[in-house]
Design a binder for this molecule. Structure first.
Ligand code: CTP
Ligand code: K
Ligand code: MG
Length: 177
């Protein structure tokens, strides 16, 4: 029962987990904020949010969702296929959450790469879920039962902290958060 809940929670969130990690690998080039600084003296978003990282990250999340749909008949995770709207809203929401968090970080005087506990671990989940609730309402309501939502909010910080620590250890990320 618990194992099944955990399996479903990770499965349905994979298209939202992949984009941030792919953005780390694919990022670079023109920043989304075009280098713009606001009156408070800080960048709108900073050099850590780029068009390339965002586009490749969303594409990767979409591909993962479509692959999971093909795979599930063989794996048997008790959840319906991702509708295309959710296959887009999960990765797009994840990166939008990360971008909004950077906006908040800059407004609160945090430099690029500074840690922002809890926001770093949950920004992408909250916005991915909200966007999916709007874009694929029927699938969202049928999939994200209370136990699944609880599992997502418990598991995500653990997965986030461990993947980022690994990425840092392998020299892929500049900070371990
Ligand atoms: N990245 C990107 N585009 C995004 C998100 C991330 O290009 N939309 C890349 C950037 O190279 C970034 C790296 O992934 O430096 C790590 O992402 P993150 O930790 O979110 O960014 P930070 O550099 O720490 O910047 P911030 O303080 O704004 O979060
Ligand atoms: K981040
Ligand atoms: Mg960072």
């Amino acid at each position: 029962m618990v194992v099944e809940t955990v399996a479903v929670a990770i499965w349905v969130m994979l298209p939202a987990y992949i984009p941030n990690n792919v953005a780390v690998l694919a990022g670079g080039g023109r920043p989304i904020d075009n280098g713009l600084t606001l009156e408070d003296g800080s960048r709108v978003l900073g050099d850590g949010k780029t068009w390339r990282g965002t586009a490749v990250g969303i594409a990767a999340g979409l591909v993962v969702a479509l692959l999971l749909n093909r795979l599930n008949p063989f794996v048997g995770i008790p959840v319906g296929p991702f509708p295309v709207a959710a296959a887009v809203s999960l990765p797009a929401g994840a990166l939008l959450g990360d971008i909004l968090a950077s906006f908040l970080k800059r407004r609160t005087g945090r430099e690029r790469g500074a840690s922002f506990p809890l926001v770093d671990q949950l920004d992408f989940v909250v916005v991915a879920l909200v966007l999916t609730a709007i874009a694929a309402t029927g699938w969202f309501l049928g999939t994200f039962t209370l136990p699944i939502v609880v599992a997502v909010f418990v598991l995500t910080p653990i997965l986030h902290v461990s993947t980022n620590a690994l990425a840092y250890a392998f020299g892929l990320k500049d900070e371990p958060w």
